[in-house]
Design a protein around this ligand. Sequence first.
Ligand SMILES: NC(=O)c1ccc[n+]([C@@H]2O[C@H](COP(=O)([O-])OP(=O)(O)OC[C@H]3O[C@@H](n4cnc5c(N)ncnc54)[C@H](OP(=O)(O)O)[C@@H]3O)[C@@H](O)[C@H]2O)c1
Length: 230
Amino acid sequence: MKIGILGTGVVAQTIAEKLVSLGHQVMVGTRDKQATLAKTGKDNFGRPPVSEWLANNSAINLGSCSDAASFGEFLVNATNGFGTLPALEAAGRENIDGKILLDISNPLDFSKGMPPSLFVSNTDSLAEQIQRKYPAVKVVKSLNTVTASIMVNPSLLNEPTNIFLNGNDADAKLKVKELLKSFGWIDEDIIDMGDITTARGTEQYLPLWVRLWGVLQTPAFNIKIVRGKI
Ligand SMILES: NC(=O)c1ccc[n+]([C@@H]2O[C@H](COP(=O)([O-])OP(=O)(O)OC[C@H]3O[C@@H](n4cnc5c(N)ncnc54)[C@H](OP(=O)(O)O)[C@@H]3O)[C@@H](O)[C@H]2O)c1
């Protein structure tokens, strides 16, 4: 499948590498291709500059947000929360309408330091903001509740854990589910939460996630839903 990814950070790179390893064709989209290619030094996650990453991953192409969106028959949003709506604007409605958008973003606001707050919550979510602005896009929120390496390799954890789907379009959720299964997620561990408003729950898990990260001193964890009888 031809997949366009918006963003060039650790999530975009991790997902892109996995997709290529699974035989997909991938283009990642950036705001300013020249500026992105001119970056030097490692990023906050210790990853090499984008130019070096591309040189090491020659099957992955870099384009503008609109290049990546028009290239992809299936799209992934891996942009910063504040950058999500601007990135989709740059992608162009004509290039995203009718397509599935796997939305991995979180509405995190680091402007007042750690821990971050959510810039949309309670009665709304970033996923809903996307869906409202682009009603013809099939937005499916998923993978935003785990760190990048776990997204594409859940077996890095010591036992099976859960991942969630939020979205209005049942068929789009099934297609995202198939993709998650190809990443290693187990069918029964993928919980379909319901329509796009349920993304309020998965986005609002982040305040707990960042505090667990602080306490555990590692992002290599996830939650497991344990059922019982009462
Ligand atoms: N890091 C994780 O493990 C993790 C886990 C779960 C969810 N998430 C979520 O996944 C998303 C990506 O996270 P990340 O850590 O890979 O990277 P990030 O540092 O949050 O940013 C990713 C990309 O956002 C783009 N961007 C930033 N501001 C923008 C703007 N105003 N307009 C358009 N694009 C903009 C940048 O692309 P260019 O500079 O190339 O234009 C950048 O590469 C975030 O929403 C994050 O909360 C991350």
